[in-house]
Design a protein around this ligand. Structure first.
Ligand code: ZN
Length: 251
């Protein structure tokens, strides 16, 4: 998508650069707007799910999440970590503003805290790189064209709100989030493996997580796989990122 089209938009909208990868992005909603949408989506999801009261699992997810959050460089986020008690759902998500949820069904695949750190860091990577905001921007552009876009954003029109809901997936269809693009997935892997290393988790555990997921593909595939294909290309890419991530890794 050509960012140059949007140079005419108000100063707070337009082009941005994704962290760690340097990819240029089209973003026509502000980060503040994204954060308030993220917080709203989070509370809508939690209202519908069963929250885990298991003290050990909660402590583990808070411990791992807090370490990733500490290296995410987002002082404006107000971090929150919730465990959703649903052993049949292997999934996790992180929304702009620092709202993170892990479904207990993913724990057999993460297996250890480093595996969990990768999943949490990958999801936080989507939020840091503003992938939901990109999707919202693209949806709005498709719906309205450039002229309509200016008006819709200025007025917070129903079209803008609807595009936001679709962008985050979770807001309207709990548990059936739309997949991010392949480019965004690779980027979240890239950011995730660096964040986990910075937080003191061995980055070589990242491809192992997807290898376990790939094996599970043959039975009844876990939910995470419907939005996160665990193919050989992805596993190879993660392996090739280990040397870069190792530069950040201190036990
Ligand atoms: Zn992802």
């Amino acid at each position: 998508m050509a960012c140059i089209l949007f140079f005419g938009l108000a100063a707070q909208y337009g082009c941005a650069t994704a962290p760690y990868t340097g990819r240029s992005q089209l973003l026509i909603i502000s980060e503040g707007e994204e954060m308030s949408l993220g917080v709203q989506s989070y509370h809508e999801v939690l209202k519908k799910e069963k929250i885990s009261k298991d003290p050990q699992v909660n402590a583990m997810i808070r411990r791992v999440g807090t370490r990733i959050a500490a290296v995410a460089n987002k002082p404006e986020y107000s971090w929150e970590f919730t465990v959703i008690d649903n052993p049949k759902t292997a999934n996790a998500f992180a929304l702009p503003g620092g709202k993170v949820a892990v479904y207990t069904g993913i724990l057999p695949y993460t297996q250890n805290e480093a595996g969990l750190a990768f999943v949490v860091a990958h999801e936080i990577g989507h939020a840091l790189a503003r992938h939901g905001g990109e999707r919202i921007s693209q949806n709005l552009l498709l719906q309205l064209g450039q002229e309509g876009l200016n008006v819709a954003i200025a007025n917070k029109s129903p079209a803008a709100v609807q595009a936001a809901n679709v962008g985050y997936g979770v807001a309207t269809t709990v548990g059936v989030a739309l997949p991010f693009s392949r480019t965004q997935e690779y980027e979240a892997d890239h950011i995730g493996i660096i964040l986990m290393a910075k937080a003191g988790y061995d980055p070589s555990e990242a491809p192992k997580f997807f290898e376990r997921m790939a094996k599970a593909q043959h039975g009844s595939p876990p939910e995470f796989l419907s939005t996160h294909p665990a193919d050989q290309a992805r596993i190879q890419q993660l392996k090739s990122l280990i040397p870069e991530a190792m530069n950040y890794y201190h036990k």
